[in-house]
Design a binder for this molecule. Structure first.
Ligand code: GAL
Length: 792
């Protein structure tokens, strides 16, 4: 197992991993609070989330603020050692506000005003809502911003409502005018001559209800996102000046919900969080891990699990309770994927309101439910592993996600079962089954540091996305392109080229035709003999030798028979032979020399600064190894000079460093600037692997393989990219790594099934949950969890 981390997602900075619950003291007489809080303490809770629906209690009439009760609740929690996260209550605008401004209520798709009395009933663009929001949020910010026990803030709750009122329509038209500049441009980019849609005045443009022009539909989603982002900003601008500098601001998103572009929405926030509910049935870790990884990818840092299910929900077809210990395994699953907090929704069943039958920790009588004991166990678990605070979940693989591609595909599926998220999971699950960690990040994010990037159905391929992928491969990365890639531009219009559009040269193939499949089609390859379902693309190899055909279609509809289904193309100038290593530490230089010369590389060791640059010019190497942390040199300056020099610019650099973690962390800050590979901290094995990776590779997968074949294909792709699993485990057992702030590797192993499991371990380990001093193999009880560090 590799002990180095080249992940982009690093920052955690958390001072502990929190355990908590949503608590609504306003539902109860104040003399009940002490018992609640005592039980929270005994369960090991460290945080409570309060107030996110409490508007009518906090401001019972316009401008009349009742904040004392909340102050008393925060203090009572604090005296039990429990911190608070406050929600702004805007998801529940109160009756008096709606009575005064009835058109603050949203209008639904059918043109009807939504009813008061549920949640999120507001029009996000209502000026009256904005004014009232600033008042209530301002009052809360002034009162609680300086409070040291309020560690963070959540804006609103699960944004989701789309409003179709006349005001929103007018604002949408303004948004379009600002974006397109002229109706001519809009008509042109949306091809409005089709079906006589040409607009001669902005006021003619409707809000799309149901299917509509693809350009209009995509812009409407962007407009809805922009509206929510503005509403969120409004609240942040009121909050921020009053908050302590340590306090963060988040919003609780809903995993794969696609009503908004979450990369846009999280840009302004400090932290991303999400709400995870299983509903009917049981959780499937091979799938749910992706939603955690998605949320971690929003801010490219650890996240909070702001709500999760205490046993059961109340809104699903069958509100079954999770098996005993299943929720504990789920909590550890979230932590293993980078959650810095797990909060249950909710603490205690309210006597009234719409959610009377939802699971809680404490029942309406105020007594702990059986489930409470499981949370208590989790409280003990987390107390036993304080070293997890500030740790991160590294990975060498990135899966790219883009909301515009997703919207585009979902609106024009072509095969009703072709689902964007399912397709992404078709690539995620085989990785998860092998315990290969992946980041799920925006298709517009930097790709430095990854060995393998998978771009599932990246339909909307603009220039900057294409360039980023080309650069990644040029630096030696392995890239997987899948179905329906590179078909459209940012206006959701077809590109006037064959797939994969601007990436055809890089991939060495283009798609001659695509087929929605009624029946599976046979596909045979080097590593599998299987079938394709839903979708098949007929690939045409462009210009020969470098493109290898990995699989072909068998006999089927005639159009596909015998044609390439999967290809791989090597990129790069071939093998690395000549290397200049810039280093001014004799021991390090000797070590590198020893490793590389034994492998037959032609190596020049140069002392940093000017001499290093001259050596590069003289030798013209295939590759440069550069130690950024040389004691007497500024490696960044050397790097900068080299990249500024036309002659040297294109020579790839591998950055090596053997420095301690403190220096390493300094390096982390600069990562975004580095275009080349990073090997850190230095390990001979990793270095040799990186040299091999100087040749990039692009796979073009034109088929939707059956699950077993997909697993074989991905096993191969992962191995060729030099990506290693965290640990080999039996099916149903997940293993993940977190790396602590001091660089220590922590292994989290979770049995997600109801049967006992045993497995070997890569090293002698100390087990922190059962307090064994060391073990050689691991036995996990049903839903059992082990947290391991190396036995020193
Ligand atoms: C969430 C919501 C919570 C609660 C929960 C019940 O979507 O944010 O307030 O209603 O569902 O499962």
């Amino acid at each position: 197992m590799s002990t180095t981390s080249s992940s982009n997602i690093r920052l955690s900075g958390a001072s502990r991993v929190h355990l908590g619950a949503a608590y609504y003291p306003e539902h109860w007489p104040e003399d009940h609070w002490a018992k609640d809080i005592q039980l929270m303490r005994e369960a090991g809770l460290t945080v409570a989330r309060l107030a996110e629906f409490a508007w009518s209690t906090l401001e019972p009439a316009e401008g009349e603020f009742h904040l004392d009760w909340l102050d008393r609740a925060v203090s009572a929690l604090a005296s039990a050692g429990i911190e608070s996260v406050l929600g702004t209550p805007t998801a529940a605008p109160p009756a008096w506000l709606v009575q005064r401004h009835p058109d603050l209520l949203a209008v639904d798709e059918s043109g009807r005003r939504v009813q008061f009395g549920n949640r999120c009933h507001y029009c996000v663009n209502s000026p009256e809502l904005h004014a009232a929001t600033c008042r209530i949020v301002g009052a809360m910010a002034k009162r609680f911003g300086p409070n040291p026990h309020v560690i963070g803030w959540q804006i609103d709750n699960e944004y989701n409502r789309v409003c179709y009122c006349d005001r929103c329509r007018g604002l949408f038209q303004h948004y379009l005018a600002a974006k397109f500049g002229s109706l001519r441009a809009l008509n042109d980019r949306w091809s409005t001559s089709y079906w006589s849609q040409t607009y001669s005045a902005w006021e003619q443009i409707p809000l799309p209800v149901g299917p509509h022009n693809p350009g209009l539909m995509i812009e409407f989603r962007r407009f809805v996102t922009a509206s929510y982002r503005q509403f969120q900003r409004l609240q942040m601008d009121v909050l921020r000046p009053c908050l302590r500098k340590e306090a963060w601001i988040t919003h609780n998103f809903m995993g794969w919900f696609d009503g908004l572009d979450h990369y846009e929405m999280t840009q302004d926030l400090d932290l991303a969080s999400w709400d995870w509910y299983v509903g009917t049935g049981h959780h499937d870790y091979l799938t749910t891990g992706a939603a955690h990884d998605l949320t971690r990818g929003f801010k490219r840092r650890n996240f909070w699990l702001m709500e999760t299910q205490p046993g059961n929900v109340n809104w699903s077809p069958v509100n079954n309770t999770l098996n005993r210990d299943e929720a504990r395994a789920m909590a550890w699953h979230a932590v293993a994927h980078g959650a810095d907090a797990v909060l249950y929704w909710q603490w205690r069943s309210a006597l009234g309101g719409q959610e009377q039958f939802h699971g809680t920790l404490v029942d309406p009588s105020g007594q702990p439910r059986p489930f409470y004991r499981e949370v208590q166990q989790l409280g003990r678990d987390l107390a036993a592993v304080p070293f997890l605070a500030g740790s991160t979940a590294p990975s060498d693989v990135a899966l790219l996600n883009s909301y515009d591609s997703r919207w585009s595909i979902q609106w024009q599926r072509h095969h009703h079962e072709f689902d964007y998220v399912e397709h992404l999971l078709h690539y995620y699950r085989p990785l998860a089954a092998r315990n290969i960690a992946a980041d799920i990040i925006s298709a517009d994010a930097p790709l430095d540091g990854y060995k393998l990037v998978i771009a599932p159905t990246l339909t909307i391929l603009n220039k900057s996305r294409a360039t980023r992928l080309q650069d990644f491969v040029a630096r030696g990365g392995h890239l997987v392109l899948t179905l329906r890639t590179g078909m459209k531009d940012a206006d959701n219009a077809l590109l006037p080229s064959r797939q994969p559009g601007p990436l055809a040269d890089l991939a060495g193939v283009q798609v001659e035709e695509y087929y929605a499949l009624l029946d599976p089609v046979p596909v045979a390859g080097e590593w599998f003999d299987g079938s394709s379902r839903l979708w098949a693309e007929r690939l045409q190899v462009l210009g020969g030798a470098k493109t290898q055909i990995i699989a072909r279609y068998g006999a089927s509809n005639g159009w596909l028979d015998g044609y390439p289904a999967i290809t791989a193309r090597e990129q790069g100038e071939g093998e690395v032979k000549k290397i200049v290593c810039i280093e001014d530490e004799p021991d390090m230089a000797r070590l590198i020399k020893l490793i590389l010369e034994r492998k037959g590389y032609d190596l020049t060791i140069a002392i940093g600064g000017q001499e290093g640059l001259e050596a590069i010019r003289r030798v013209k190497p295939d590759l440069v190894l550069l130690d950024l942390m040389m004691p007497d040199m500024d490696g960044w300056q050397v790097y900068g000079k080299m990249k500024a020099d036309e002659e040297m610019k294109s020579i790839p650099v591998i950055i090596v460093t053997a420095r301690a973690q403190s220096a390493d962390r300094g390096l982390g800050l600069h990562i975004a600037k580095v275009k080349d590979f990073i090997v850190k901290p230095f390990s001979p094995q990793e270095l040799l692997q990186s040299l091999e990776r100087v040749n990039g590779r692009v796979y073009c997968v034109g088929t939707y393989l059956d699950d077993a074949s997909q697993q074989s294909l991905l096993n191969h792709i992962v191995e060729a990219a030099g990506v290693e699993p965290v640990l080999e485990t039996p099916p149903g057992v997940e293993a993940r790594r977190r790396i602590t702030a001091s660089g220590q590797e922590v292994l989290i192993v979770i049995n997600h099934e109801r049967a006992e499991k045993s497995m070997g371990l890569p090293w002698l380990a100390r087990e922190h949950l059962s307090n064994q001093s060391f073990i050689e193999g691991l036995k996990l009880a049903p839903y059992g969890v082990a947290v391991l560090t190396r036995f020193a």
